[in-house]
Design a protein. Structure first.
Length: 350
């Protein structure tokens, strides 16, 4: 089965083709970072208009890369939610128009399910069941994953997600947009232990998290250093280093607790913060020390992308009934509301 995946949930336009016999055969991505940088964040209307401009040329690009025509597709998948309503409507409109014109089935994919299963795009692939740490955008959650569509929420951030805390802290330090990667780069120049910040809920005894207070603690330090005239670039690097260490300490501790609570040995880390090098190194070492296995998507598939949507589409299309051409999007959509595919899903390994 050859599936075209379309991702337009926020500020990246991602297109890809997944073949259940050959795996991922083509993918392309356009990021809107440069456009939104002037505003310090994503402007929804601009994001939607840019998706309109990009989605068709990118579809043509991946078809050419895969040496396929539209007639060769067996189905189309698009991100149905969660995300920005206008942006989601662009991808859904194109997907359903293509499906109607070609007489092909269309399936709406949950954006977070795409991230959750994105490590299946890489080698080695994790076997079910596993614990997943989902650190994508406004979400920081732990799930027990028994199979496609079989997700049990174990814990989550009670306020800011880790990615949001990275971006807000970067703004406090005067870094550019997007803030998370800029802060991680700055942290590499910082000295360990010079600044001390809290590790919120590290020892709470459950799998929930909180990062809003950590951001507030950074604000307190920034104000103090500014008043003292000591907030120079090296000091900012020290703060960035300690902030990143605090977040990683919490995520590592909670990940190990999630593995212990479920009895599983496999941990999957997915989402944009999963590309953070400090987090990858610390988690890999900690899980290895406990004779466990850890799986990350390739860094290119940590951010929003069409490949993960095409993959989930292939897993779900076989059990998706042919629609009547109508469609909707879900800007807010709980991952726990999903059901397993009626047929169990296609084998992503082919």
């Amino acid at each position: 089965m050859r599936v075209l995946g379309i991702e337009t949930s926020c500020d990246e336009t991602g297109l890809a083709i997944f073949d259940t016999d050959r795996g991922l055969v083509a993918h392309a991505l356009h990021s809107q970072v440069a456009m939104h940088e002037a505003y310090g964040g994503v402007v929804p209307e601009l994001a939607s208009r840019d998706h309109v401009r990009r989605v068709v040329p990118l579809a043509q690009q991946v078809l050419a890369e895969a040496s396929l025509s539209l007639a060769d597709l067996d189905g189309i998948a698009c991100t149905q939610g969660p995300g920005l309503a206008g942006a989601l409507l662009v991808g859904a409109s194109v997907a359903h128009a293509l499906g109607f014109a070609l007489g092909k089935p269309v399936v709406g994919v949950h954006h977070l399910e795409g991230h959750l299963l994105s490590p299946l795009l890489s080698e080695p692939r994790p076997a079910f069941p596993f614990v997943a740490l989902l650190v994508s955008g406004g979400h920081t959650q732990f799930y027990e994953v028994a199979g496609v569509g079989r997700y049990r929420l174990l814990g989550e951030s009670q306020d800011d997600a880790a990615g949001e805390a990275f971006d807000k802290t970067a703004k406090l330090l005067g870094l550019g947009y997007p803030g998370g990667p800029a802060l991680a780069r700055l942290a590499e120049d910082g000295r360990p232990g010079v600044i001390r910040l809290p590790r919120p809920m590290h020892d709470s005894g459950d799998l929930d998290m909180s990062f809003s207070g950590l951001k507030t603690a950074v604000l307190t330090v920034v104000r103090r250093e500014t008043a003292a005239g000591t907030l120079d670039p090296p000091r900012k690097a020290d703060i960035a280093r300690e902030f990143q260490s605090a977040v990683v300490d919490v995520l590592v501790g909670k990940s190990l607790a999630a593995l212990a609570a479920t009895g599983h040995r496999r941990l999957v880390v997915a989402g944009g913060v999963g590309a953070n090098r400090e987090l990858r190194a610390r988690l890999s070492a900690a899980v290895a020390d406990r004779n466990g296995e850890i799986f990350f998507p390739d860094p290119v598939f940590c951010t929003d992308n069409g490949a993960m949507i095409a993959l989930v589409g292939a897993l779900r299309l076989a059990s998706t009934p042919r629609g009547d051409g109508s469609f909707s999007v879900h800007p807010r959509w709980e991952l726990g509301s999903l059901a397993p595919p009626a047929t169990g899903g296609a084998d992503p390994a082919g």
